[in-house]
Write a protein that binds this ligand. Structure first.
Ligand code: GDP
Ligand code: MG
Length: 743
């Protein structure tokens, strides 16, 4: 019966196949049907939820494509350079050749179900990476073997550390003449503070790179120079073959080093080695070695390192083997939720996409229980019950429908209209309450998974529809985009009534603009890009204010006395002891509201304040005065005090890394000086220079274009928000005048 059902599903899914065909992909009939039959219930120990992370251009997308090809899910090799890969399916990604949205891809490899998320490499989209990482059980870090560890990898690696995600390193681009194994290992040690465990030795250098020797099995895996790499030769390395003698010795040394390193990191292996193989370490069975490498990977004492060249079709199958061999299954990653929910459903929404035909599609990671199609689900964060209509297995931009899905899997759901990225989904309110009781009995409060930390946007601009008639459509589009991407913020300017788009960077805002045009057919106009400054105060100041206002018959009179001072950290409000003792809770809240609302708009330019502490010294009011009037009085008094305290603008400062050839270093440095940049270090990397600098965000506008022009496109850079710094008086005066329209 089940078989028949899946044939039907396949036929129903013809729309998807058609879409695929247009792009010259198609299902491989025989094999494909076979693998789809196992869709509903892979054994949890055979599931791997894996992310691929890397610096932009290291080869994540190319590697993903090869994985899909070798596992039989695509017929043709996609090529990022031609813009026809499966995972980069948004139009902008194809044009720009980068990955923006992490698309989940499911495929099978040697009896394992791999759910793979291709994460974006650009720093504007760090949130996407973070979101993906917390629902994954393991990660593959892809490196350009000629560049070693690059900036974005360090950021993502830190995030993986935070979520205790075990990793494997894949040194890609071994075919490049500048590829350098020992340099990469050293940079993994130095920059990632990780312990690389080298499992392969590359055969041949640069263009002659032809395969690898697996140090666990002593097998030589070689690929033909030109074909699609599906088939490769496997043979045991032999000392007697003369042409292999040198390689044999190199492998022997590396294998001995590996065995010693593994014994150092894993006590169980060390014991086996000493008790059973003490006279000859070399004959220790490879299975024991592999098990020990797995334990080391899972405890994050070390990271397996593999080599290959995805573009040249070499080394990808052993990478897939390593994913199944070393990275954890979902049930090996203990999560509190599994204990609290036991067999009840608990899932986390980690991605929302909007599909024109099907409405919002929500990606869920199931932590416990079973998710069934056509059921009602309870969303803890929204406190609402929603009906899920269909359940799909995500295969890049084409999906296969199924009826139910068990814990450990990644599912794609249709019909959840209210769910926002980061929400926790369970079967019912009662089930949530039950889990909450269990959690509380363990002294733990939040049963909802902690939300993704959303960083504050740094750039903003106004956005206008072409005509007022399109305003509603624009609002709808922005609403959808916000549900997909919590790092995008929309607000309405209280003075002008204009809609303001706030984002994580120039590229982020550009892409949102582009998506509104392409996906929603609205040609919007963006105002100039502005920096999200902050404000603080310089001195201590006190103020008193009395508000006396009649509304209708009623007279409201309140008097407030307070002082403000500079205290590093987030903004605070404190009550003097006497005041605290005499005020009701309602009153305290009204006062705090008044203070908070003035923290949102600084006195200089109206940017949010930070590093300010307010002490309430006195609050008096006539009977009958409303709480709203008290808040208003406090706000007015705050403004007085803040003005007296002397305003200071804080500007976001980015840490920047530029990789540039030596001949262009001079012009790049000259340009940075004009951008108020401070150079922190200049390091050498092969023939290139690596420039580390701090640059105010305001000065980074248009940097990618300038850098391209200055270096004929040969340099790359990355940016990351570092800190907020006080502007000097001269710069601040210019800014204040410019904002007032005086310049
Ligand atoms: P992503 O930004 O990490 O997704 O990287 P892509 O997969 O888009 O690849 C970036 C560029 O590197 C493209 O031009 C690829 O053709 C190229 N590339 C990918 N893998 C290799 C490789 O193994 N060797 C070489 N030489 N180039 C590669
Ligand atoms: Mg990519």
């Amino acid at each position: 019966m089940i078989w028949v059902k899946y044939f039907l599903v396949l036929r129903r899914g013809r729309w998807a196949a058609n879409r695929f065909r247009k792009r010259s992909y198609s299902f491989i009939p025989g094999d494909e049907v076979k693998s789809l039959r196992s869709v509903p219930s892979p054994d949890v120990s055979k599931i791997r939820n894996i992310g691929i992370m890397a610096h932009i251009d290291a080869g994540k997308t190319t590697t993903t494509e090869r994985m899909l090809y070798y596992s039989g899910y695509t017929r043709a090799l996609g090529d990022v350079d031609d813009g026809d890969t499966v995972t980069d399916f948004m139009a902008q990604e194809r044009e720009r050749g980068i990955t923006i949205q992490s698309a989940a891809v499911t495929f099978d490899w040697k009896g394992h179900r791999i759910n793979l998320i291709d994460t974006p490499g650009h720093v504007d989209f760090t949130l996407e990476v973070e979101r993906a990482l917390r629902v994954l059980d393991g990660a593959v870090a892809v490196f350009d073997a000629s560049a070693g560890v690059e900036a974005q990898t360090m950021t993502v690696w830190r995030q993986a550390d935070k979520h205790h995600v075990p990793c494997i390193c894949f040194l890609n681009k071994m075919d490049k003449p500048a590829a350098n194994l020992s340099f990469c290992l050293e940079s993994i040690r130095q920059k990632l503070k990780a312990n690389p465990v080298l499992l392969q030795i590359p055969i041949g250098r640069g263009r002659n790179f032809s395969g690898v020797v697996d140090l666990l099995t002593n097998q030589k895996l070689s690929w033909k120079p030109t074909d699609d790499g599906r088939f490769f030769d496997t043979k045991t390395l032999s000392e007697s073959r003369q042409e292999e003698a040198e390689l044999f010795r190199e492998v022997q040394l590396a294998r001995t080093a590996l065995i010693e390193q593994v014994a150092d990191l894993d006590d169980e292996f060390a014991e086996i080695l000493l008790s059973d193989y003490s006279d000859n370490f070399d004959v220790v069975p490879y299975v024991k070695l592999r098990e020990a490498v797995r334990r080391i990977t899972l405890t994050r004492k070390g990271v397996p390192v593999l080599c290959g060249s995805s573009l040249r079709n070499k080394g990808v199958q052993p990478l897939l083997d390593a994913i199944t061999a070393f990275l954890p299954a979902p049930d090996e990653r203990a999560h509190d939720l599994m204990r609290w929910y036991k067999d009840d459903l608990c899932a986390l929404a980690f991605k929302v996409l909007h599909d024109k035909q099907r409405g919002p599609l929500v990606f869920l990671r199931i932590y416990s229980g079973t998710l069934k199609a056509q059921t009602a689900l309870y969303n803890i964060n929204r406190n609402s019950t929603e009906r899920m209509s269909r359940l799909l297995v995500p295969f890049a931009d084409q999906h296969v429908e199924i009826q139910s899905m068990t814990a450990g899997n990644i599912a794609l759901t249709v019909g959840l209209k209210k769910t926002v990225t980061g929400d926790t989904i369970v079967s019912s309110k009662a089930s949530a309450a039950n889990a909450a009781r269990l959690a509380t009995s363990e002294g733990r409060k939040g049963v909802a998974l902690s939300g993704v930390e959303v960083p504050d946007p740094v750039f903003f601009c106004t956005i206008e529809p072409p005509t007022m008639a399109k305003q509603d459509d624009l609002e709808k589009a922005l609403n959808n985009l916000q549900r997909e991407d919590p790092s995008l913020k929309i607000r309405i300017d209280p003075d002008s009534g204009q809609t303001i788009l706030c984002g994580m960077g120039e590229l982020h805002i550009e892409i949102i603009h582009d998506r509104i045009r392409r996906e929603y057919g609205i040609q919007t106009h963006l105002g100039p890009l502005q920096v999200a400054y902050r404000e603080t105060i310089l001195h201590h100041a006190s103020a008193t204010d009395t508000l006396d206002r009649s509304v209708g018959e009623k007279r409201h009179i309140a008097t407030v006395e307070l002082n403000v001072r500079h205290v590093p950290g987030s903004c605070l409000v404190e009550f003097a002891e006497e005041v605290a003792a005499n005020l009701s809770e309602d009153m305290k809240e009204a006062v705090a509201n008044g203070v908070d609302s003035s923290y949102l708009q600084g006195p200089l330019l109206g940017y949010p304040l930070q590093d300010v502490s307010t002490q309430i010294q006195r609050v008096n009011m006539e009977p009958g005065t409303s709480l709203a009037m008290v808040s208003a009085c406090v706000s007015r008094c705050m403004l007085k005090a803040l003005k007296l305290a002397g305003g200071q603008i804080l500007e976001p400062v980015m840490s920047m890394e530029v990789t540039v050839e030596e001949e262009h270093l001079g012009v790049v440095l000259g340009d940075l000086a004009q951008r108020r940049g401070t150079v922190r270090d200049i390091q050498s990397r092969h023939d290139n220079k690596l420039l580390l600098a701090s640059v105010p965000l305001a000065e980074t506008r248009g940097y990618s274009t300038t850098l391209r022009t200055l270096t004929s496109g040969k340099a790359t850079f990355s940016l990351e928000l570092d800190t907020y710094e006080a502007m000097n008086t001269q710069e601040q005066n210019i800014l204040v005048k410019r904002m007032a329209g005086l310049l």
